[in-house]
Write a protein that binds this ligand. Structure first.
Ligand code: FES
Length: 126
């Protein structure tokens, strides 16, 4: 999964098909891939660090897709509830089934971002 203008799309040729006229990439769109989340293994972004801290990586098969979904989700839900996070994750079928660490990592990232921006970090109910 990649993000084009913060909307999830299937990578490869389909990025072009889903982002504009088939076979073209609409000028001005910003594309983000999993590889673009960090500056290499030595410098993970805050969401990736949270996945590591909360043991949310598991076998790693679906981790890249979940990280991209969570990246887009956190742009739209700066202070999500646990229910909202679980709802977002419902589109991912993880065979490792350890969703708890993933949920905690996403909520932790939201809390830390809010704290660093001086927003209320008490969270919302639900
Ligand atoms: S992390 Fe193993 S299948 Fe999702």
């Amino acid at each position: 999964m990649a993000l084009v203008d913060l909307k999830p799309v299937i990578p490869g040729r389909r990025v072009a098909e889903q982002s504009g006229e088939p076979g073209t990439i609409t000028p001005g769109l910003r594309a983000m891939t999993f590889e673009g989340l960090s500056r290499g293994a030595a410098e993970l972004n805050d969401l990736q660090e949270a996945f590591r801290r909360h043991h949310a990586l598991q076998c790693g098969f679906c981790t890249a897709g979940i990280l991209m979904s969570a990246t887009q989700f956190l742009f739209e839900h700066a202070q999500p509830t646990e229910h909202e996070v679980r709802e977002m994750l419902s589109g991912h079928i993880c065979r490792c089934t350890g969703y708890h660490g993933i949920v905690e990592a996403i909520l932790d990232t939201a809390r830390r971002r809010a704290a660093s921006e001086g927003r209320n970090t008490q969270g919302r109910a639900g």
